[in-house]
Design a protein. Structure first.
Length: 99
């Protein structure tokens, strides 16, 4: 989980006024790490990105809310795709949400 630290280090190495621009610059790469990686790596990369964006927002007062949401949506989509593959192989015999 050291990936989030690498993101933090890259952003925090910038002057205060350049930090949001650095995040903008990193977002295509962060999105690609979720969209284009094998599922296990994508889940790990996405969790690291969310962790870094959360810390930057809450501890360093940088508005990362929209970026966080973009990564979160990609992860939710990935998780839904993985579940769909599982259900294709082993269909559920009960409605979703019932335990």
């Amino acid at each position: 989980m050291n990936r989030y630290r690498k993101i933090l280090k890259e952003v925090l190495a910038q002057e205060d006024q350049d930090r949001e621009r650095k995040i903008e610059y990193l977002m295509p790469t962060l999105c690609g790490l979720v969209d284009d990686a094998p599922y296990f790596s994508a889940l790990s990369n996405g969790a690291a990105a969310l962790t870094a964006l959360y810390i930057l927002c809450t501890s360093h007062n940088i508005n990362t809310v929209n970026h966080y949401q973009a990564i979160k949506e990609r992860l939710v989509h990935l998780i839904d795709d993985l579940q769909d593959e599982m259900l294709d192989q082993f269909p559920s015999h009960r409605p979703m949400g019932e335990e």
